[in-house]
Every structure is written in C-alpha cells, then in structure tokens.
Design a protein around this ligand. Sequence first.
Ligand code: SF4
Length: 138
Amino acid sequence: MSERGLRIRGHHLICLQYFHGQGYSAEFAHHLFTIVDRFTRGEKGVAVVGADDVCIACPSYALEQCAQEPESEHAIRVLDALALEMLELDEGQEFEWGVATLSVQRIIERWRALACEGCEWEEQCRALIDQTAGYRRR
Ligand code: SF4
C-alpha cells in the first residue's frame, strides 16, 4: 500500500465491485476480502495502471507484474487504461470506494460489452451485475 491509500489497477477497480468470494486460491480470496473490507471502512485508493495491491497476493504475480500468460501484463495494462478512461480517473488519482462504486455502476454495461467477454469470472459476475441493473435504471 502507498501512503496515500490502496493501489488499485484500473480493471480491478471495476472487478472488485462484484467480488463475492471467488479467487485463484483461498489465500488470494482472503486477500481480496481484506481489501474490500478496508475500503468499506473508509480507506482511500489510488488508481494505477499495472500491478497493484491486489496482484501482490496473486499466484500469477511474478517480477512485479502479471505473469498469468506471457503477454498478460501488456494486455491487462490496456484494460487498466480503458477502465480509468471510462471511470474518468487519472493514473495516480485518489478515489473513495463509494464514489468508485457509483462510477462503476454508471459504466458497467459499456464495460461489460467491451471487456468482460471471455473472462473466466464472467459467469460469477453476471448475476450480481444484473441484480444492480435495476438501480441504475430508476
Ligand atoms: S497478477 Fe494478473 S491475474 Fe493476478 S490479480 Fe494481478 S492482474 Fe489479476
């Protein structure tokens, strides 16, 4: 964590909103719960492009970057940048979790069309995204 808050890469800022226990390992899922808990207790975040405070507990994290697949880090940085652009956040900008939640709800349908297809977690997220769709349309 930086002195300014939890460092969160762009696409994680969106994905974390729909986290409900899934993860690459039990330890990693516990780490994600801890991060969400800290945010809901009022801790601030800093938007980043690249490895963040989520990645550090991931089994695929190596040499300070995502090593899930050979080109993962580059491809995910593109996703991070897209997420920050859609959320109207600059790299290095601080954010509050509650404000980020509302911002994600505003863009989630477009994000889903652009970024979620083929993601291994798409199925788990779908029900939660659909559940919150009603709030956005009111
Ligand atoms: S290291 Fe890669 S797979 Fe793991 S949390 Fe970070 S971006 Fe996701």
